[in-house]
Write a protein that binds this ligand. Structure first.
Ligand code: UD1
Length: 352
């Protein structure tokens, strides 16, 4: 593929930084990151710049907030981007229930604004971070969830992403020069296997991160939210995917759009683990028998959420992209819960 100039919004954040790393490892593309550093870190930018040293790629970082339309427009004016990979968003489900406008502004409104800029400044490709939360609580007959499953979010976070998907799809339908890949992420976890970047979100609520923080003593104990779900061990089941596999899917998406039309894909491994299984795996890899309490169910937690990832796997198989495939022969390289827990833990130890 010829060299592109890619705009990555939210590139200092957890998933965005792993995608930048994957772009550096697998492509020649130049990268401009915009991030307001509300949850992303300048240290992450420095680490990414170190990773880029000696490579043909360039990395340019601009601290900017997507809500500042004039500033973002000036960045579009000054650069000719070929593609946008859009991460910058708020992601905490309970917060979205308490403060829905934050989610509709940060997620739906800012996404709409940046799509408008893509259209005004001829940026023809967009890769969008959506979420399994757009499915809400699928009925058990819909598990594993296919992309065609009804979209019925049960919280403002899920709605803010569902609405953003609609804006993207309607815009693409009206503009042949604008193509997209929408990724619906399942439960993203783990960190760079070389432990250079990881999840630094303050007050994280994610299960694997919380378990790792309990191992390192940053938390005295953790809790299982609900043990009477209709699952074999009574705890919720999720499809955990290593952040680097999720990140590489974005590299694939750029190639995909060079060969194909726009589409929506689930990104997960297509198998699930219960909360109890995750906790016992973390105990096993750490060798620490940390304290786990039982708490009542968290509002809006579906019992079972597993992706049907066959659409993405087929897209990968059908992709020509011979140069990329010789560098990175498999779509998923880290499909291993122990490795996910181990890398999350190593990152947590280093971040202390
Ligand atoms: C949710 C969203 C996901 C979003 C993520 C961001 C849905 C369906 N998914 O994932 O799109 O990216 O939040 O915040 O809304 N748990 C415990 N104890 C803990 C933490 C979690 O028992 O200390 C349990 C939860 O109840 C849940 C599972 O672990 O059953 C996974 O929780 P979490 O890691 O927070 O992710 P989701 O809620 O699945």
């Amino acid at each position: 593929m010829s060299k592109l100039h890619i705009l990555v919004s939210g590139g200092a954040g957890y998933i965005g930084s792993h995608v930048v790393k994957q772009l550096l490892e697998n492509t020649d593309h130049d990268i401009t990151i915009i991030d307001n550093l509300s949850t992303g870190l300048d240290q992450t930018i420095l680490t990414l710049q170190e990773m880029a040293a000696g490579k043909v790629n360039t990395i340019n970082f601009i601290q900017a907030d997507l809500a500042d339309f004039a500033m973002i427009e000036s960045i579009f004016k000054a650069n000719q981007f070929d593609a946008l990979i859009h991460f910058a968003a708020s992601i905490v489900v309970p917060e979205s229930v308490e403060n829905p406008l934050k989610y509709y502004m940060n997620n739906t409104v800012n996404t709409t604004n940046i799509i408008k800029l893509c259209n005004d400044y001829n940026v023809g490709k967009m890769i969008f971070s959506s979420t399994a939360a757009v499915y809400g609580e699928p009925s058990s007959s819909d598990i594993p969830v296919k992309e065609s499953c009804p979209l019925q979010p049960i919280n403002p976070y899920g709605w803010s992403k569902r609405m953003s998907e609609q804006v993207i799809q309607d815009t693409a339908a009206a503009n042949d020069a604008f193509k997209y890949v929408i990724f619906r992420y399942f439960n993203v976890a783990g960190a760079d296997v070389q432990n250079r970047i990881g999840q630094s979100f303050p007050n994280a609520t994610h299960l694997i991160k919380v378990a790792a923080q309990t191992v390192t003593g940053q938390r005295e104990k953790m809790a299982i939210f609900g043990e009477d779900y209709a699952t074999p061990d009574g705890t919720c089941i999720r499809d955990y995917i290593h952040v680097d596999d999720l990140a590489f899917s974005h590299v694939m998406a750029l190639e995909y759009l060079a060969e194909n039309e726009s589409d929506v894909f689930n990104v997960g491994y297509g198998k699930g683990y219960s909360v109890k299984e995750v906790i016992s795996t973390m105990k096993e890899v750490s060798g620490v028998d940390f304290k786990v309490d039982q708490e009542s169910k968290r509002a809006g937690d579906p019992a079972l959420l597993i992706s049907d990832n066959s659409k993405l796997l087929t897209a990968w198989e059908n992709l020509k992209a011979s140069e990329l495939k010789s560098k990175h022969p498999k779509l998923f390289m880290y499909d291993d819960l122990k490795l996910i827990c181990k890398t999350a833990l190593e990152w947590e130890k280093a971040a202390q």
